[in-house]
Design a protein around this ligand. Sequence first.
Ligand SMILES: Cc1ncc(COP(=O)(O)O)c(C=O)c1O
Length: 390
Amino acid sequence: MDWLESKGRSRIEEMTRTIEELIPDYLRGLPVYVPGKPIEEVERELKIQAVKLASNENPLGPSPKGIEAAKAVLADANRYPDGGAHRLRETLAERIGIAPEEIFVGLGSSEIIDLASRVLLRAGLQGLTSDGTYAPFSVAIRASGAELVLVPQRHYAFDLNAMTEAITPKTGLIYLANPNNPTGSAFTAREFGDFLEKVPDGVLVVLDEAYIHYAVSVGLRDSVEAYRKRKNLLILRTFSKVYGLAGLRIGYAIGTAELLTAMNKLRTPFNTSGVAQAAALAALDDKEHVERCIAANAIERKRLSEGLTKLGLRPVVSEANFVFVPVGPDAKEVSDELLHLGVIVRPLGWMGLPEAIRISVGVTEENEKCLAALGQVLAKRAGTSELAAR
Ligand SMILES: Cc1ncc(COP(=O)(O)O)c(C=O)c1O
């Protein structure tokens, strides 16, 4: 052992650091993602029949064409999937009218949210989003080591003007969701165009359109038109919502080849399964299923929103497949009481909105069960507070 080696050895022996200390402070402080409670867990724990209106899933199920296509490729599961998702990318590109190099296929849009920050941000830079929006945006920014800048919302919607005012020379990217989760509000193509004009070329706007099919005031083509004019835009879409394939984990992004190449370098080599790719391809062609789901959602969203209004609540006008409703400071207790009546909704304290719950739009019976249960919970609470006031 020469001198240098022995010096290194003794230094290693003196090392007292623990693995935990290796975890950077910005990761320690991150909240854990709180998923909707699984229906089986609630039914087992509470010994009741439950409906799950907590994760904005498609209550009408997967695209039947998607299921058939997935089944057909299961027998090839011994082979690795097409790591570049070529057929899916080519099909999407042709339909959208862009090049296949401008499509990135990801393990749900969740993977792409994370990759955007990993590619562009680092310590010393800032990532911008809003409070009252999808929590993984903040997590992605903080996990990159960059500083998280949160701009307050106005009336449960993005304040796009305030967001442009919060841009600094350190801003690397901005996350927006349109329609927004969890509030369900949406901005128009015009509002977005005005916003984009004020964003410098060197700042990427990540526009998450997970719920775009359900929107009324903005359409699928709007953001693509904006992208044709301004390339500092990354549009995220998913097969988890209207196509009903949340369990298969597949989504995609539209963006410049340069940015997508960098994201491809960081993603895992086979990020989406062959089953998911096949199902997504077939689901794209299942126009009938898509149209049925959009129509049913519109009817049921109206039923739910009107029902909530009749209960004396003021739900936010929703352009998605869920309804956001403020119920007061004890929203968590309201949601726990609903759980005991067999209705799983989402309390939103972990998203910075402790006064509200989010109810996913279900099928008619599920929505009626939810409204009846909420009516019961609110009546009981009103009775209790009346007694307390005497
Ligand atoms: C705004 C938003 N983006 C992304 C996702 C995640 O979608 P995916 O299933 O494609 O990862 C969700 C899921 O609820 C969402 O609400």
